[in-house]
Design a protein around this ligand. Structure first.
Ligand code: SF4
Length: 493
């Protein structure tokens, strides 16, 4: 996750444009927000914990005059949720300055830190590590190059493994990069009236008055400067293998986003239609779990002929519970987030469509709420296959012991959740529903087929040391599939 944005528009209010762009990308990360702005002489950075609207107001934006900007909204996958890890990452030495926003998660963080001889505590996240590596190159080996930032990026990028999209700037240019697998999306847009925009998702273009130009290719780097847009390929051809995260279509991306040329909302509707054909059930009402389950519910209703309606009201001011950074916060979030619409569901047999079940926290509580509000039957239909394997490419799902479907059979899940029936969409039907013919996807969390090997000792706090690190569940344990808890209630409550 994380949202990244960049705008090159001399003479325009780039800080305000970046604010609007980040606002449109808020769903990708809610822990911190920040932007860097250049007036062609200096790079200024403002970043803080919290939502975009908490971090910036008009006064702050007006105090950031400039012509180029990059911004980021963070969701932590490596490194704690703390101010030090807010982005953009900044480094400067005399005239050499740059700021970097990252979306994704590296899998060779520890190896890179060790190879560079970094002492523990030198950097606190994988993004900070990339900043340090680029700074070292830029301030030393690349400082006499015609374009020190570009030269430094070209030295560092081939060493990185994992998921990464970057929006990086110095005083005069923006560099956008998508990793060779293209795990995370990044698109290029053109501003009306002149200028260029980079964003994780294209709805950020609409809000700043830009038009979509194209998605960057996996393994592509673009340089945006006074000469326009230049495209380069900094990675060896042999490592370029498109593997867009399939969960961008299921859950992460906004419904109005286009990926692989396909509209995300339409793909979700088609997933619901397939689900209705795959797992029909007699019921009185089809409802979706707000927000990302709604399009699939519409599709299910359309294909089944069962009326569609709303059964849950979501408090729109609560963040996505699943991406809150701790189990305690997630559990609190569930209780604050959903409320049943009793008048619509009392006495009815419900088909409840959701996009996925990861830990089961939300789902179990929601089914109990629906029954408490008078639903006579609750049939769960999930528009993706069981989520069985941890993600190491940008989603913080924790270890296998935390994943419901890694520990229970589908029937045990039904029993644990407390629903009358449950069915998950098959993987081939999900891929067909997306409609991107011959496109490459990462589906590791569903199949265990990881496109890039994962070090056995990788954990979220890989850069921390000592006791704190031991308290963190490690992937070594998770990949061995150990079932640490024996009580489901202990595991998933
Ligand atoms: S493991 Fe799953 S969530 Fe992670 S990048 Fe792959 S498909 Fe996406």
């Amino acid at each position: 996750m994380c949202g990244i944005f960049g705008v090159y528009a001399p003479g325009r209010m780039v800080a305000h444009l970046t604010y609007l762009g980040l606002y449109a990308l808020q769903h990708r990360g809610q822990e911190s927000a920040g932007m860097a702005v250049s007036n062609f002489e200096d790079v200024m950075v403002v970043k803080e914990m919290g939502l975009v609207s908490n971090v910036f107001d008009d006064r702050a934006l007006t105090s950031l005059p400039g012509d180029i900007a990059v911004g980021q909204t963070r969701y932590s996958t490596t490194g704690h949720s703390q101010w030090r890890n807010a982005q953009p990452i900044y480094r400067g030495s005399g005239d050499l300055q740059f700021a970097l926003g990252h979306n994704g998660n590296l899998v060779n963080t520890e190896e890179l830190a060790s190879d560079a001889g970094m002492l523990p505590g030198t950097v606190a996240s994988d993004s900070d590590l990339v900043g340090e590596l680029v700074a070292f190159e830029m301030f030393n080996g690349s400082k006499d190059a015609t374009n020190p930032l570009l030269h430094a990026m070209q030295q560092v990028l081939p060493k990185l493994r994992g998921a990464f999209c970057f929006s990086v700037m110095d005083q005069r240019q923006i560099i956008g990069v998508r990793d060779p697998n293209g795990f995370r999306p990044l698109s290029l847009g053109r501003l009306d009236g002149g200028g260029w925009v980079l964003a994780s998702e294209n709805p950020a273009f609409d809000v700043v008055g830009a038009s979509f130009v194209r998605e960057l290719d996996p393994g592509e780097m673009v340089i945006i400067d006074e000469f326009g847009v230049t495209s380069l390929r900094p990675f060896d051809e042999s490592v370029v293998d498109p593997k867009l995260c399939i969960f961008e279509f299921v859950y992460f991306a906004r419904p109005d986003t286009r990926l692989y040329g396909q509209n995300v909302h339409q793909a979700r509707v088609r997933m619901g239609e397939s689900l209705a054909e795959q797992a029909p059930v007699e019921a009185d009402l089809v409802m979706g779990v707000p927000e990302s389950g709604i399009p699939a519910a519409e599709g299910f209703a359309r294909a089944s002929g069962i009326p569609f309606g709303h059964g849950l009201v979501k408090n729109r001011y609560i963040g996505r519970t699943f991406i809150a950074p701790s189990q305690e916060l997630r559990a609190l979030g569930v209780r604050m987030k959903l409320n049943p619409l009793t008048e619509n569901i009392a006495g009815k047999r419900l088909v409840v469509v959701d996009d996925s079940i990861v830990r089961g926290t939300t789902t179990k509580a929601m089914v109990a709420m629906l029954r408490g509000a008078g639903a006579t039957e609750v049939h769960l239909r999930i528009s993706s296959p069981p989520y069985r394997w941890p993600c190491f490419y940008g989603m913080d799902t924790g270890t296998r012991s935390e994943l419901l479907a890694a520990n229970l059979t589908v029937d045990e899940i039904r029993e644990y959740i407390g629903c009358d029936s449950i069915s998950y969409l098959h993987l081939d039907a999900m891929v067909d529903s997306i409609g991107a013919v011959n496109a490459g996807f990462c589906d590791a969390c569903l199949t265990g087929n990881y496109p890039i090997d994962i070090p056995v000792n990788l954990s979220k706090n890989v850069l921390e040391s000592g006791e704190e690190r031991h308290q963190t569940s490690t992937i070594a344990r998770s990949l061995q599939g150990n079932r640490e808890a024996t009580s489901n209630d202990t595991l998933f409550s």
